[in-house]
Design a protein around this ligand. Structure first.
Ligand SMILES: Nc1ncnc2c1ncn2[C@@H]1O[C@H](COP(=O)(O)OP(=O)(O)OP(=O)(O)O)[C@@H](O)[C@H]1O
Ligand code: SF4
Ligand SMILES: [Mg+2]
Length: 350
């Protein structure tokens, strides 16, 4: 286990049957999250993975009170959060967003930015921390995330992207949260810097007993940090299970596509895979309206009539975990080469 649960008061995020509809104009809406359930137990790292537009950030925003919850519920430590405004959400939940450039105020020193949550906390509770104590806390936090204490006196522009993301992490940690939501927290960074930030998050998770909800479109990134995975597609959960198993033996056709499209560190393997796929290229598929069909039916090599008329529910998967696929038992054993529609259709579709 990568993280360690803290013995005192277990923190747990539970999302149940969450639906988020964004209004479009007066009468219409776009359903961004469509009945998602997931849990982040105390001290564990859960990865939420899916392609762009699958609803990952919307789910995070619903937890943070920044997106409208149409149905379902979000609880933290047993307390229902749905009806709490953004300002009333528990400070035990903090977030690190993707873009360290836009999330830090360029006109404020790092020290000022890191003190902001402390000042807001004082205003909320009426218990003010002396300025010297706040400064000391900021310096200690900067050191914890691998930056010099003097960074407090500098401005964001004086730091690299990786360093700025360390500042964002320090800002998220300064109120001693129990759960940190990382929404594409390393996606804007170069590969080598990504690895440093992932390692930092892992260390912090272990040292502080944090829970992590780690959101990314990149399966290869999430595999380094998460113990459990939730795979999202068009606002619905496609597969869940231990990260290592989901990565090694994906049981949903969509997860299989995600695995083969995740970038490989080995450039030769990456090139060989790309050439193989290019040789078999299909025209891009059209995205059909959802209705009662499987959301993946328009891109799935294994789709049969039932997939277009009956929504597959999340259920126990043949190799453990859960999967939302009518045909999970019929898929050929996992191999990267079998994921391409031409090959897979020819060999398995009835
Ligand atoms: N404020 C909004 N109003 C209307 N639609 C929205 C809004 N925010 C997001 N959406 C739509 O909701 C769906 C899910 O978006 P979301 O940002 O949650 O996806 P994501 O998985 O985080 O994608 P990405 O990987 O690109 O960050 C998309 O179709 C998106 O266009
Ligand atoms: S339910 Fe059907 S369309 Fe959906 S992933 Fe499974 S086989 Fe493919
Ligand atoms: Mg997003």
């Amino acid at each position: 286990m990568k993280g360690a649960a803290r013995a005192d008061e277990p923190a747990e995020l539970v999302v149940t049957d969450l639906v988020v509809d964004y209004p479009i104009g007066r009468r219409r809406h776009r359903r961004a999250v469509d009945g998602v359930s997931l849990g982040v137990p105390a001290g564990r790292a859960v990865g939420l993975v899916g392609e762009s537009g699958s609803g990952k950030s919307t789910l995070a925003k619903a937890v943070l009170g920044m997106a409208p919850v149409s149905a379902g519920q979000v609880t933290y430590g047993g307390k229902r959060l749905n009806d709490l405004g953004r300002g009333a959400r528990p400070q035990e939940i903090q977030v690190v967003f993707q873009d360290p450039y836009s999330s830090l105020d360029p006109t404020k020193t790092i020290g000022y930015t890191l003190q902001e949550p402390l000042r807001a906390q004082s205003a909320r509770t009426g218990r003010s921390l002396p300025a010297a104590a706040r400064e000391e806390l900021v310096r200690a936090m900067l050191t914890k995330v691998g930056l010099p204490a003097e960074a407090a006196d500098r401005y964001p522009a004086q730091f690299s992207g990786g360093q700025r993301q360390r500042v964002s992490i320090a800002r998220a940690l300064i109120l001693e949260p129990r759960l940190v939501i990382c929404d594409e927290a390393v996606s804007a960074l170069d590969l080598s810097i990504q690895a440093q930030i992932l390692n930092l998050l892992l260390e912090l998770q272990q040292d502080l007993g944090l829970s992590l909800l780690f959101i990314t479109h990149d399966l290869s990134v999430v595999n380094h940090i998460a113990e459990d995975l939730v795979v999202l597609f068009r606002g619905r959960v496609m597969e869940t299970g231990p990260a290592e198993r989901v990565h090694r033996q994906p049981q949903h056709p969509y997860t299989r596509q995600l695995v083969v499209s995740a970038p490989l560190q080995d450039l030769d393997r990456q090139r060989a895979r790309r050439e193989r796929r290019e040789a078999l290229a299909l025209p891009p598929a059209r995205q059909a309206p959802l209705g009662e069909s499987c959301p993946f039916a328009h891109r799935c090599a294994f789709a049969v009539d039932r997939c277009r008329s009956e929504r597959p529910l999340l259920r126990a998967a043949p190799l453990g975990g859960q999967v939302a696929c009518h045909r999970a038992e019929d898929l050929p054993p996992w191999s990267e080469d079998l994921t391409h529609p031409h090959e897979a259709t020819g060999s398995t579709a009835p």
